[in-house]
Design a protein around this ligand. Sequence first.
Ligand code: ARG
Length: 499
Amino acid sequence: MPEIQNPRQFVSWFRHSSPYINAFRGRVFVISFDGEAVMDEGFADLIHDIALLHSLGIRLILVHGGRPQIEQRLRERGATIEYRNGLRITDEAAIECVKEAAGAVRVQIEALLSMGLANSPMAGARIRVASGNLVTARPLGIHDGVDYKHTGVVRKIDVQAIQQRLDDNAIVLLSPIGYSPTGEVFNLSAAEVASSTAAAVKAEKLVSLVEAPGLRDSRKRLIRQLTIAEAESLLARKRKASGDLYTHLQHALNACRRGVRRAHIISRRTGGAVLLELFSRDGIGTMVTSDTYEGRQQATIDDVGGILALIEPLENKGILVKRSRELLEAEIDHFTLVKRDGAVIACAALYPFPQERAAELACLAVDPDYWGSGYAQSLLEHVERKALQQGIHRLFVLTTQTLHWFQERGFRVTEARQLPVKRQVLYNYQRKSKVWSNRCRPSPMSVATTQNALLTAPPSTRRAATGSCPRPGVCPLTGPAHPRRRWRSQLRRCCRCPG
Ligand code: ARG
């Protein structure tokens, strides 16, 4: 094993992956890869990573493709290669090539999985591979006058047989081939076989290794995760977009709709892509989820450990005041969290002083890995909304080191004696925190909604609907309500705000 260059990073990475190791044991993962991946010189590494997953107790079903292998055989025979709507028209010559290519690729994968070489990551591993007539298919038929011949679609997956082989501790290997009750053989899409199998066996995950790094948004940034609804709307917007990536997204979506918890689309070109995606919180590709991967929620007593882990480094640096476990347990109801895959990555607490119609925003913290991602801002907005609902008009914070952040968000310095009386008693003069105060204001979103609701209301109510402009430092009227200010919902700013 090569020398560990950065031991701390290694240890931290290993520790962070342990929740996943535990969560994945005994679960079924379907992993698909195309024929190009099999031809790549890095394929042995992928197989080693697959063997590692197997040794961690993950029940694996592999689905391989074979397009380049089929085409090579067709070319050798001088036969025509014909595609329509992204699907091969499989004539007699082509189905022979499909059978040959599938057989060759399967044997290659079985051989690699049988390798137990000393000094390789597979040393000592004895892996059994099981294949067979596990997929039943039917012909795709004739569409728009095109006869697809031996190209088929999945009709049924033999779930019981697959489960038996998995119970036997074997890795199930499926080719993109299906059999019919009349003894015919059909050429199938590997992506469809993988997605249908994942849904049929109720797999935990469908992992598709593709040529691209994942899906990108309109600004070419990698889309890291999508809910089912988001994936649906992305596909609806890209209705005309063809190409393998969207086909994979459609299959990922189908699998999630049919009960697979997470479907991952990752690059086969990145070394260790499977490990990076599965054993890190943020992954490296695009994930479609049917569960809540990330969300804001009210903290419960079970979150105390996570909050402590998040705030302790900040307490040690003196950014936050020390809080004991007992105190956190007693005050847990005041906390709102952002959780990502079960881990607390941001928190904020709201302590109301109802008599003064004021509240303290405290313990606003974000995991350093996620700094600059907007979590603090969204928690601040959430806490402001929550405060407004409780009839609170003034939010204050006590801070020593994050002055500018609050200043940029419209907080202004006030005296400690302007704190609610009960809070003044607790004020720690040694810490010399500055007190910043802000008028609670609805976020632009909620103002816009209220505005719409109030368009039909009498003028007196309408006046009340004017909100503070969310552009502190730019808008001359930001601050206390101004009688001449009107909210312009479409522009999301007030009538006096320049820009
Ligand atoms: N490792 C986790 C999992 O396998 C999370 C992966 C997150 N991936 C992403 N592309 N956002 O479920």
